[in-house]
Design a protein around this ligand. Structure first.
Ligand SMILES: Nc1nc2c(ncn2[C@@H]2O[C@H](COP(=O)(O)OP(=O)(O)OP(=O)(O)O)[C@@H](O)[C@H]2O)c(=O)[nH]1
Ligand SMILES: [Mg+2]
Length: 616
């Protein structure tokens, strides 16, 4: 081959490595533990096998870009038992290097795909590469929340109960829907088939029935039969809440129609979970207190609680069990202040049953739709993250070929959609907010925020006192934080499997989740505004960021942890641990909010205060 021809053959070309396959011959004593791929100065993939084995294969979608001047190295980390010495594993590393020219010279397979074989002793490595980059779908990483929402875009709930029992109030509380009465008025004319979808929260679709009236033409039974026969999960009814007022003064719990419905529930509902909701619990509590204090007693809390338990047992639970046994879940609730935990319990029980009897996607849709419980939001956000992209952080393979910004974008979308805030202007998915988040993660704001002592007081209190401090001194709540794109150039580099990228992703997840919780605290009602977002970010910068970031830094600066890179469970454990430490608990929410005073102003979107405004 003449030199000139040779040069033509290996003209500078770009390749994308699409897979690596490692095989050890059966006669080898060694096993593969993990493989590292280095391209130029980038360490790109560390793939661990759960149990050392003779082979390992890893696919990269999209491929890993290699330019013509980058030297590549595959390091295969092996182990083998040293014969005679029980329990000692000897480790060896086999390095196999290659240049892009080797790929160019390798046999050209079908449609621009090439394979390069490398071997040493009983070890063989096959590197597959492509001349074109394959990116899935539109070239974006697909958020897990998208796939849930495609299968089950809304939680479909049928709510039943007599007039005035408290259905609308409950829906308003659980899903933060204000316009309910208007929709119901429309629905009254159309009946149970009308899908009630609300502008403020479109993750729930409601069917409303005043009473179970079996036997009539447009009744619950026929409606449920129609819906049960629908093939798609999104069209089926995912749960039924049957609301019953807690009886007062020896009233019966059920009327005849309700009794019949409960007795025939298995035929009517099939697997659809039914939850009995005993409403207006506060009235019963009020009655017990009135009676006790009226008798001149000064009862202690435990005594009142016991009276309440007995009362509920006698008037609700026993009659229900006599009719239907013990297998129908039931929750007593009130929509009044101070009873938030009862709505949380109802949502938790419902989601649990939907997960068990309907589908996990429907349960996740229910938890996305609900806006009453911060704890359920948090746990749902963690479990959604665990299922998908947080895992990618550890093995790195899912993110290779994308920029760090692409990876953070998909994580951002997943977390924000789990929290399902009312955000008609889409501030929470705007580029400005994302840039602010990158600034938070990079911790580039050099102004000295006073530090509060999270360890002593807990995250919730630290956040609340930060908010009080900020609002006390500021003329208005627009804060001098601006989205500085210059500072976040790092995010546009290609994702690499490294401690830095991993720690930035972890920080992003923990920071954003903390900010979502602060927004939950700040938004008892109304829709998202820019001042609210800025206030949440600043409060977090004062209350939690230093602790979180220094913990992550310490973790990655510890050489022991760096060696363990790729241990996916370590990454997940660390994220979950940090999120737990920066969490606001359901039970403290009401008192924290009470301390914050009037939040009304925050909820008004003032066009004068945009993303780039500084303070007065
Ligand atoms: N004290 C108390 N009052 C409640 C509670 N829930 C609802 N109410 C009141 O009960 C009345 C009826 O509540 P709604 O939520 O409209 O009841 P509904 O079942 O939707 O009634 P219809 O739409 O007419 O079938 C309203 O005055 C509510 O304020 C509760 O938990 N405690
Ligand atoms: Mg109503």
């Amino acid at each position: 081959m003449s030199p000139s021809l040779h040069t033509t053959d290996i003209r500078p070309t770009q390749f994308f490595i699409t897979s690596i396959n490692v095989d050890l011959l059966e006669t080898s004593r060694r096993q593969v533990e993990y493989v590292e791929l280095r391209v130029g100065s980038r360490t790109l993939a560390v793939r661990h096998v759960p149990i050392p084995s003779k082979s390992l294969s890893e696919t990269f979608i999209p491929g890993i870009e290699v330019s013509d001047d980058e030297q590549c190295l595959v390091s295969v980390h092996c182990c083998h038992r040293v014969i005679g010495i029980i329990g000692i594993n000897k480790k060896t590393v086999v390095d196999l290097s290659f240049a892009p020219q080797d790929i160019a010279l390798s046999p050209n397979a079908i449609s621009g795909k090439r394979t390069l074989r490398l071997a040493e002793g009983k070890l063989q490595v096959v590197v597959s590469a492509s001349e074109t980059l394959y990116r899935p779908e539109t070239g974006k990483l697909i958020p897990f929340s998208d796939s849930i929402l495609r299968t089950c875009p809304r939680f479909r709930l049928l709510i039943m109960g007599k007039d005035g029992v408290g259905k609308s109030s409950l829906i308003g509380r659980a899903f933060k829907i204000r316009s309910l009465r208007f929709y119901e008025a429309c629905q009254r004319q159309d009946g149970i088939d009308t899908e009630l979808i609300f502008q403020e929260n479109d993750k729930v679709v409601l069917h409303n029935s005043r009473n179970p009236v079996p036997g009539t033409s447009n009744n619950v039974e026929a409606f449920l039969a129609r819906r049960r026969s629908m093939p798609d999960l999104k069209d089926r009814v995912h749960a039924v809440w049957l609301c019953l007022a807690i009886p007062r003064a020896n009233e019966p719990l059920f009327d005849e129609d309700t009794k019949k419905f409960i007795e025939r529930r298995r035929q009517i509902l099939g697997d659809i979970p039914l939850v009995i909701v005993f409403t207006k619990l506060d009235l019963v509590v009020g009655g017990i207190e009135y009676e006790a204090f009226g008798n001149g007693e000064d009862p202690e809390a435990w005594y009142l609680e016991e009276r309440l338990r007995n009362e509920l047992e006698k008037s609700c639970i026993q009659p229900l069990q006599r009719l239907a046994g013990t297998d129908i879940p039931n929750v007593a609730i009130s929509v009044q202040e101070g009873y938030e935990s009862t709505i949380e319990q109802l949502l938790e029980v419902t989601a649990g049953k939907v997960d068990k009897y309907v589908a996990n996607e429907a349960a996740m849709a229910a938890l996305m739709a609900q806006r009453a419980s911060i704890s359920l939001k948090l746990s749902n956000s963690i479990s959604a993250g665990k299922k998908r992209h947080w895992r990618g952080l550890a093995s790195g393979s899912k993110f290779l070929g994308y920029t760090l910004k692409d990876c953070l974008d998909v994580i951002h979308t997943e977390i924000v959609s789990c929290w399902n805030f009312e955000d008609p202007n889409r501030y929470l998915v705007s580029d400005q907010f994302k840039t602010l988040m990158l600034n938070v993660v990079a911790n580039t704001d050099t102004r000295d925020f006073p530090d509060s002592d999270v360890e002593d007081v807990g995250f919730g209190l630290a956040v609340a006192s930060a908010i009080i401090g900020i609002r006390g001194t500021a003329v208005r709540v627009v804060l001098p934080i601006t989205a500085n794109i210059m500072l976040v150039g790092w995010a546009h580099d290609l994702y690499q499997y490294s401690g830095t990228a991993s720690s930035q992703c972890i920080a992003y997840i923990v920071d954003l989740t903390a900010i979502m919780q602060i927004l939950f605290l700040l938004m008892p009602q109304g829709h998202m505004t820019i001042p609210t977002i800025k206030l949440a970010i600043t409060a977090y910068s004062m209350a939690g960021i230093n602790e979180v970031h220094s913990r992550i830094r310490d973790h990655y600066e510890n050489p022991h942890n760096v060696l363990a890179l790729g241990g996916r469970d370590h990454t997940l454990e660390m994220i979950v641990q940090l999120i737990k430490e920066t969490s606001i608990k359901s039970e403290e929410l009401a008192s924290l909010r009470a301390g914050l005073g009037d939040l009304g102003k925050l909820q008004r979107d003032d066009p004068r205060y945009g993303w780039d405004d500084g303070d007065d």
